[in-house]
Design a protein around this ligand. Structure first.
Ligand SMILES: Cc1cc2nc3c(=O)[nH]c(=O)nc-3n(C[C@H](O)[C@H](O)[C@H](O)COP(=O)(O)OP(=O)(O)OC[C@H]3O[C@@H](n4cnc5c(N)ncnc54)[C@H](O)[C@@H]3O)c2cc1C
Ligand code: FES
Ligand code: FES
Length: 487
């Protein structure tokens, strides 16, 4: 069967076709080198600094949604049927500056200017969704943008003032929304797309059953969802990854179902897309979710990718394991479901058979008496990888701890439950002593590594203190003594 060998998208106002793009050409290189759209900058090439921020508009259930992404780690070939909006598209045909740009100038939000296009694009996305944001919303939107000379205060002041310079309802992207929606609908592909040379090949399956077929044909292929891990394999490690199977366009992997029993999240759901359901079903994860990466990476990165990547310092596995989540793996022959903790076998080794892909993750709703918490310790508050992360879930019955599930990241070669600490809690009454014993038992569960994020001693100490913190934060006795251990 003939496959489409080109990708089609809208670039600013222009219908664009690229024939046979390589799998690993980044959107940033395409914009700057092929299109000479040099307003989008390259700072770090690893998703950290935000200088390369652009908007990508995509149809979801027929509705057009724009999100910020890091062009440096987004692959061009994954963008079939999308609208790519760069900084060049912001000023009007008469050259008039955009309200976001006017606000940045008036509030002295730019010095050397290198970071400025990225900040403007992030603020543009925020302003379209939330025209009068709070300072907290501005900070969240700017988590993924770094500036080394202006300082953030003038930029935040500019962000809070944008509404004085124009209204989103008059903005180009809103005025043209129905036209762009129709143009993107015409660009969607109903067949498999295969592009690029043999050593840099991209495959975009038609749907999930086609994905299973593709993986049966190419079990060695690299699956790419949001590319926030894989992007760095290419830009930083020059790793060959062909053939690449892109899956972030597959709607069937984007289902979110919340019922009385469980929250089920498709593997292709991003952090941003899952945020509302996570907040509703598991309110204790609200702050934790905002601590995962920055806004652009949360718009791209998927929970399925975080799980499949199997990193011992991925942020979702510890909390998902503590909540008793299960993962469903699918391939051409069928599907199987296993407890998430069983998926992580050893460092870099997950329970994935040839042709398997992660299809979904199912998290049971809390039982009566269940108390949950999630903590992340990192060197920097925003957009930083964990030194230690933990998910804690205990079930209390008449003051006694009937069940305990505690899972840590950053303490072992895989995300792992703390069996001895759990055993120290079960059957005990809810008390500082019980949690102190559990904290001490962690030494039997883990022999953490020292690396540049944290020493082994620090990791063990902080892990124990997180258990003590959990007790203190959820203790009803107001005069409970503070007993954090110190080094
Ligand atoms: C600047 C920056 C900050 C970050 N901060 C954090 C952080 O705070 N916390 C954190 O945990 N992570 C962080 N990350 C890492 C990354 O964002 C997450 O691991 C993310 O969830 C990966 O998802 P993805 O869709 O981008 O995966 P991809 O990069 O597309 O893929 C990652 C791996 O999963 C595999 N894969 C993807 N989807 C599937 C599937 N459905 N089935 C089977 N295999 C699959 C891929 O083959 C690859 O091995 C950060 C990354 C960057 C660049
Ligand atoms: S260049 Fe730094 S995030 Fe892309
Ligand atoms: S203005 Fe120079 S890096 Fe931000």
């Amino acid at each position: 069967m003939a496959h489409q060998n080109e990708i089609r998208f809208l670039l600013n106002g222009k219908d664009t076709t690229v024939v046979d793009p390589k799998a690993t050409t980044t959107l940033l290189d395409y914009l700057r080198i092929d299109q000479r759209l040099t307003g989008t900058k390259e700072g770090c090439a690893e998703g950290d600094c935000g200088a390369c921020t652009v908007l990508v508009g995509r149809l979801r259930d027929g509705k057009l949604k724009y999100e910020t992404v890091n062009a440096c780690i987004r692959f061009l070939a994954s963008l079939n049927g999308c609208h790519i909006v760069t900084i060049e598209h912001l000023s009007g045909p008469d050259g008039r500056l955009h309200p976001v740009q006017e606000a940045m100038i008036e509030h002295h939000g730019s010095q050397c200017g290198f970071c400025t296009p990225g900040f403007v694009m992030s603020l543009y996305a925020l302003w379209m969704e939330t025209p009068a944001p709070s300072a907290q919303e501005v900070e969240t939107a700017l988590q993924g943008n770094l500036c080394r000379c202006t300082g953030y205060e003038p930029i935040v002041q500019a962000a809070l003032a944008i509404n004085q310079y124009g209204s989103p309802s008059n903005d180009y992207l809103n005025r043209e929304r129905s036209d762009v929606t129709a143009r993107l609908a015409a660009l969607q592909s109903t067949s498999r797309i295969e592009t690029g040379p043999a050593d840099d090949r991209a495959i975009l399956p038609r749907d999930v059953s086609d994905l299973a077929e593709v993986l049966a044909e190419h079990p060695e292929a690299t699956l790419v969802a949001g590319s926030t891990d894989v992007g760095l394999w290419v830009t930083k490690f020059m790793r060959p990854i062909s053939p690449v199977v892109f899956i972030n366009h597959l709607e069937e992997l984007k289902d979110i179902t919340l019922d009385d029993d469980a929250l089920t999240i498709g593997a292709g759901v991003t952090y941003s897309e899952s945020e509302a359901a996570i907040r509703e079903a598991f309110p204790h994860l609200r702050e934790y979710w905002d601590r995962i990466a920055g806004w652009q990476v949360r718009n791209m990165g998927t929970i399925g990718g975080n799980v499949a990547n199997g990193s011992p310092i991925g942020d979702t596995p510890p909390v998902l394991i503590s909540l008793g989540a299960e993962v469903t793996l699918q391939k051409a022959g069928g599907a199987r479901t296993l407890p998430l903790e069983a998926f992580f076998i050893d460092y870099g080794k997950q329970d994935r058979e040839a042709g398997d892909f992660v299809a979904s993750i199912c998290i049971p709703r809390a039982k009566p008496g269940q108390i949950d918490a999630a903590y992340k310790i990192s060197k920097r508050r925003d957009e930083d990888i964990s030194s230690v992360a933990v998910g804690i879930s205990v079930v209390l019955e008449k003051g006694t701890i009937a069940e305990a599930r505690i899972a840590f990241g950053g303490m072992a070669a895989t995300p792992k439950r703390a069996a001895s600490a759990e055993a120290a809690l079960v059957g005990q009454s809810w008390s500082a002593e019980a949690f102190d014993a559990a904290a001490k038992a962690l030494a039997q569960d883990f022999t953490p590594l020292s690396d540049w994020r944290a020493s082994a001693e620090y990791r063990l100490l902080v892990a124990g203190n997180l258990l003590r913190r959990f007790h203190l934060e959820h203790d009803t006795a107001k005069d409970a003594p503070v007993r954090l251990a110190i080094a």
